[in-house]
Design a protein around this ligand. Structure first.
Ligand code: F7E
Length: 343
């Protein structure tokens, strides 16, 4: 049986990747985890009894742990979803982002080159690499103009993947993944922060209790949001191609943070709902009747913002025969419904 190492399996997209591989392929999956003192296995707990799934310990910041896993398992596939992925934090911990997101990739590729050069390698790239975009929709030709240490760390990783591919004839690719969200999204990201916050507000309103408004940063930022589960099939298809080639995965639609808020309130179906926005910029507030439910707090602004992202997924659609299955509307509905049910 072929073997795949998947990193980042306790996170959103890594856990969907493992589910996909166990369900649709005959591959033995080694999920790489970093041991923490707090429990973080909620997305993979249901997979642990599967005999084709094993957990191994690996830390992107520790090349010895990377090398030890690769040398012992000698995987046929290596799918790297582990990363420091919160853009907002990357200004506060820039070195850490480069150590994990860039140097981690270099150590993985070096180890693959030495121990299993036929291994097919995938690293998760990001639309943050496009950054300060000069045209829309962004395609594979769009230049790298990152705006954050996170974006720069992913651009550097992309160069490393290319150099290792060209120099050592490795099957190594890095996709451009536009924003991907789900019911498993971390609560620091804007979509989940909104749906979780609205679920709590709904509960408070319907039980006659008080509540604090949700505080957000830039409401005008526009993102190309997809469901994370839609991307994992495309990642697998990239690894099954005849030749290594990078692809861009996106929904092909862009929506503002404010539109996400409006739709999430709509699907929350709060009784006697009656909303209105007032003000602009830092003074912008969304009211439910006379109570603020969303307001702007400049502390969530970024030192440099990526204002607009819109991806062109046509090459992946054509070559990989891949299509998204979850629309923006369904994504928001699924996330808010899940958070309401969880409460
Ligand atoms: O921000 C704005 C914020 O943190 C989205 C990661 O998966 O996708 C993700 O990066 C937008 C930004 O995601 C708040 O300024 C407003 O414009 O949810 P986010 P992100 O930065 O787009 C890319 C593709 C990745 O690769 C990353 O790993 O929303 N925004 N108010 C806010 N963002 C946050 N987090 N919190 C706010 O209160």
């Amino acid at each position: 049986m072929k073997k795949a190492i998947v990193t980042g399996v306790t996170g959103q997209v890594g856990s969907y990747m493992v589910e996909f591989l166990l369900k649709f392929t005959n591959v033995e999956v080694y999920g790489a985890i970093r041991r923490l003192s707090v429990p973080n296995h909620q997305h993979i707990e249901h997979l642990k009894s599967n005999p084709k799934f094993h957990l191994v310990e690996m830390d992107l910041g520790d090349e010895h742990s990377i090398n030890a896993c690769i040398e012992e398992i000698k995987p046929d596939y290596f799918i790297n979803f582990a990363a420091n992925s919160f853009v907002g934090l990357s200004w506060k911990m820039p070195v850490n982002h480069f150590q994990n997101n860039t140097m981690g990739v270099l150590h993985q590729l070096e180890s693959i080159r030495k121990h299993c050069p036929k291994c097919r390698y995938y690293n998760a790239g990001s639309s943050e690499e496009f950054g300060d975009v000069i045209y829309s929709p962004q395609d594979l030709e769009h230049p790298s103009r990152p705006r954050s240490p996170y974006g720069a760390s992913k651009v550097a990783a992309r160069q490393i993947v290319k150099v290792w591919r060209d120099s050592y004839d490795l099957f190594a690719v890095q996709g451009y993944l536009f924003n991907h969200e789900s019911e498993r999204r971390g609560e620091e990201f804007v979509t989940r922060k909104i749906t979780k916050g609205i679920a709590k507000i709904k509960q408070a309103i319907e039980s006659g209790n008080g509540f604090e408004p949700i505080e957000l940063g830039n409401l005008e930022a526009q993102r190309d949001w997809s469901h994370a589960e839609d991307f994992v099939r495309a990642v697998w298809l990239m690894l099954k191609e005849d030749k290594p080639k990078d692809y861009l995965l996106a929904s092909g639609e862009t929506h503002s943070v404010k539109e996400f808020v409006d739709l999430a309130f709509k699907y929350a179906e709060i009784k006697e709902a009656e909303y209105h926005w007032t003000g602009s910029g830092e003074e912008e507030v969304l009211y439910f009747k006379d109570k603020p439910v969303v307001k702007v707090n400049p502390k969530f602004y970024r030192p440099a913002e990526v204002e607009l992202l819109l991806g062109d997924p046509s090459e992946a659609q054509k070559d990989l025969n891949w299509e998204k299955s979850v629309s923006f509307d369904s994504l928001v509905r699924r996330m808010i419904t899940n958070d309401i049910e969880q409460l």
